[in-house]
Ligand binder design. Structure first.
Ligand code: KIV
Ligand code: ZN
Length: 506
């Protein structure tokens, strides 16, 4: 059975999605989780873009040792040199060079002839090859380019040393048959193709990214580029979890394997959603909240009798925690510790003590504490570890007759207790105004959403917000059984990120 190389581009193409803003620490945290997930290659960023993107790629290269760490570069010398600087410390470094190859890109964007583009591709792959062995090349917009020209470019870059050639459907235009034909054509018409791995990189503008990727694997491609939760430019990239689970579930059809530890999928999905602020739609395949819930009576009856009647995958295979009662008010430290270990958490003593305290407070307010509640609670604790201002108290008064009023108390970085109050158009507005009076950093709230973690009136509410300051977006999340408290926590989380970014920028 052939192995498919999983190339994860969550930190590069995924982070390019509108509103995606991860700091260096968050990128490192995701890279570590991708390593646990077992991806073969992490595309960590485009180092030429900014100092912080360079720093993120460099730190991932030095700390995440099992997968190959790849940096993206346009086909220009400065990009390639900078990419090499960022990945040279990796155990397995790769440089990925890309260049537009369709006439649409050549005429309207690059304003260069096919001969000029061919020479740029060849010479820039050769430049990268001077630095390292593992070089990937992508002819951008390949699915709208003339196939004969793609064959010509691929032959030239393989001769120049490319070890992987990646075929992007950059604008998500191709259909499965058409894209599969292109891949098959490449195997038939590029004479030196046996010296390189053929990869595919599909976008989801027509909802076909996963279908196009899977068809390419059928036609001989052996690397697939994808992102967690399918995040990425516009409608996103092919979703890693869908491709991997299709290969695993339909092994009879594909006859392929991957190195992915599928039990880490759900946790990775949650982490990426948490840190990027991109929520996962409930009906999303494999990781959506409804992906394994059965609503119709006939389906429920079947699943109780034998899960295979309506479930093609066992939720445990992707690491989805059970949603039944696991702990309650009377559960002790030992039971909580055991449950955390079963869910895959190993916390330091200090973190455990904080989490246990939070669990006790939650169990006082909420009768049934489920695995999903515990996950939300741990995420909430982790969010507050390195904060500048800490939310100590929040008090709200609202209703259809009074003026919404909020009072908040924060602890400053120096340990000072700071309190203030404000009126607002609504209770959340009042809370945010009161916080603003203390922190005093101008910003605009651009997004606010709230959802419940589990069913029931006493469920934990999770609030996601985005704020904008000087053209940069910061996301924030907060969870609590009281949605006004959750809103205050989310705002503090976003503000603390903003303050940390300002400190780093000097
Ligand atoms: O979509 C695309 O073409 C890309 C390339 C950089 C591979 O992201
Ligand atoms: Zn892309």
């Amino acid at each position: 059975m052939d192995k498919v190389t999983i190339f994860d581009t969550t930190l590069r193409d995924g982070e390019q999605a509108a509103g995606g803003t991860l700091n260096v620490q968050e990128k490192l945290e995701i890279a570590r989780q991708l390593e646990r997930l077992g991806v073969d290659i992490i595309e960590a960023g485009t180092p030429i873009n900014s100092q912080s993107e360079f720093d993120a790629v460099k730190v991932i290269a030095s700390e995440v040792r099992t997968p190959t760490i790849c940096a993206l570069a346009r086909a220009v010398p400065a990009d390639i040199d900078r990419a090499w600087e960022a990945v040279r410390g990796a155990e397995h470094p790769r440089i990925h060079v890309f260049l537009g190859a369709s006439d649409i890109h050549l005429v309207y964007q690059l304003k260069k002839s096919r001969e000029e583009i061919l020479e740029m591709a060849r010479s820039m792959v050769a430049r990268a090859k001077n630095y390292l062995d593992d070089v990937e090349f992508s002819p951008m917009d390949a699915s709208r380019a003339e196939p004969e020209y793609i064959y010509q470019i691929l032959k030239a870059v393989i001769d120049a040393g490319a070890t992987t050639v990646n075929i992007p459907d950059t604008v998500g235009y191709a259909t499965p048959d058409e894209f599969g034909d292109l891949i098959e054509g490449i195997f038939k018409n590029v004479p030196n193709i046996n010296r390189a791995v053929v990869s595919v990189h599909c976008h989801n503008d027509l909802g076909l990214a996963v279908a196009n990727s899977l068809e390419s694997l059928k036609r001989g491609a052996r690397q697939v580029e994808c992102t967690i939760n399918g995040i990425g430019e516009r409608a996103g990239n092919a979703s890693l979890e869908e491709i991997v689970m299709a290969i695993k579930t339909r092994r009879d059809f594909f006859d392929l394997t991957t190195n992915i530890n599928t039990t880490q999928i759900y946790k990775t999905s949650r982490l990426v959603s948490e840190l990027t602020g991109f929520l996962v739609q409930p009906n999303k395949a494999v990781v959506g909240a409804n992906a394994f819930s059965h609503e119709s009576g006939i389906h429920q009856d079947g699943v109780i009798k034998m899960p295979i009647t309506y479930e093609i995958m066992d939720p445990k295979t992707v690491g989805i925690p059970a949603s039944h009662l696991v702990l309650g008010k009377l559960s002790g430290r030992h039971a909580f510790e055991e449950r955390l270990a079963e869910l895959g958490y190993s916390l330091s003593e200090a973190d455990f003590n904080r989490a246990f305290q939070a669990f006790k407070e939650l169990a006082d307010k909420k009768k049934d504490v489920t695995d999903k509640d515990i996950e939300s609670l741990i995420a909430e604790e982790q969010r507050t570890v390195s904060e500048t201002y800490h939310l100590d108290r929040v008090q709200v008064s609202c209703g259809d007759r009074g003026i919404p009023t909020a009072a908040v108390r924060l602890i400053s970085p120096e340990g000072q207790v700071l309190a203030d109050a404000a009126l607002g158009t609504g209770p959340v507005d009042a809370v945010y105004k009161a916080i603003n009076r203390i922190v005093g950093v101008p910003n605009v709230l651009t997004e606010f959403s709230v959802k419940s973690v589990t069913e029931g009136i006493d469920a934990i509410g999770e609030v996601l917000i985005r704020i904008e300051s000087e053209g940069v977006t910061y996301t924030g999340r907060g969870a609590d059984t009281d949605i006004f408290v959750a809103s205050a926590k989310a705002y503090m989380n976003a503000l603390n990120r903003l303050l940390a970014a300002k400190r780093t920028a000097g």
